[in-house]
Write a protein that binds this ligand. Sequence first.
Ligand SMILES: NC(=O)c1ccc[n+]([C@@H]2O[C@H](COP(=O)([O-])OP(=O)(O)OC[C@H]3O[C@@H](n4cnc5c(N)ncnc54)[C@H](OP(=O)(O)O)[C@@H]3O)[C@@H](O)[C@H]2O)c1
Length: 371
Amino acid sequence: MSAPSPFMQAAIDLAASVRGTTSPNPWVGAVLVRDGRIIAQGATAPYGGPHAEANALARTDARGTTLYCTLEPCVPFPGKRTPPCTETIIAAGVRRVVIALLDPHVGGKGVQRLRNAGIDVEIGDGAEAVTNLLRPYLKWRQLGIPYVIAKVAVSLDGAVGAPAAGITWLTGEAAIARAHRDRASVDAILVGSGTVLADDPALTARPNGQPAPRQPVRIVLDARGRTDPAARVFQPTAPVIVATAPGSPPTWRQALLQRGITLLELERTEGRLELRQLLQTLGQRNIQSLIVEGGPTVHASFFDADLVDELHAYVTPRLLGSVGLPLVPPQHPFPIVHLDNVEIEPLPPDVLVRGYTGSWQPPLPILTPEA
Ligand SMILES: NC(=O)c1ccc[n+]([C@@H]2O[C@H](COP(=O)([O-])OP(=O)(O)OC[C@H]3O[C@@H](n4cnc5c(N)ncnc54)[C@H](OP(=O)(O)O)[C@@H]3O)[C@@H](O)[C@H]2O)c1
């Protein structure tokens, strides 16, 4: 597929600037063009606020213009919180609308409504780029479960730390800052009890050293109730969900409930909490994207269940030798994984390697809505 036009690229950049802050709405960008020049632009506001198209249209007289938007404009439906964008576009007198991708939630009705009102509509400019940008939203809409990013810091010899040598933190400042920006753009972060016991992480998003205005939900897998209710992750700086198994200690559960923490009771398979059941429950709670930041045990379970969509490996330039804790635990099944669409980002002294696992493929863009 071809590269987006410059105007669509501007809309995509706007959408990317609000990635993950609009959930459960998709993050969308829109630019308004007159005589070959952008005269107004908008991005989706946080949930309940105006959509990208409405934000762009509110800024100028739009009569006779072309609107570039990354996703199909919304239509009226019962219980809708914001005015439908199709009606705002029609009322503003826009002449032509260029859309990168149809919204599976709108299903072509937005395009039909605009065409019925006499507006020229073109679909497909930037479709591939927008599909990739909206992978979490598209997966959640299609399957009802979150898009999963496995994040790990790993040494050149494949170790995630060397607790016996007192080495628990591997990466430098640039990598840490990058990881915090990613945390701020997802709905949830997950670790296992092993990481809480070993590292006592806060698991908050602190891009630029400051807490992000919208904190991801923190999720801890603790089947047996081994974590300390006084751990940093349980402090009330952001919502917390603890997934546990039947039979975990009632006193421990009570202590968590008193802190306002949500407890989910999950089934266990071979001693491990059922991850598919967890993801379905999270999807029902409008969690579209999840970063798994666990230790080797949790990563092995997610990969073994084929539930990882994207890997972010921060490779750090050292060998942890015979005391290194391997990313792939010898006693756990762990599949072979090839990454696609690989991007490499130098974050001196570390390197971030990112790619898609192919566990889920986004649907091919539909370019012609049904009549
Ligand atoms: N380099 C990195 O990126 C990184 C990141 C995080 C941690 N670490 C290191 O990793 C080490 C901890 O490793 P870990 O493997 O013990 O931590 P973990 O993977 O975060 O936690 C493992 C524990 O989670 C619980 N669990 C519940 N359901 C599970 C499921 N479905 N699948 C897997 N686990 C499940 C299990 O305990 P229960 O049965 O009691 O529930 C299990 O023992 C520490 O040394 C830490 O510093 C490194």
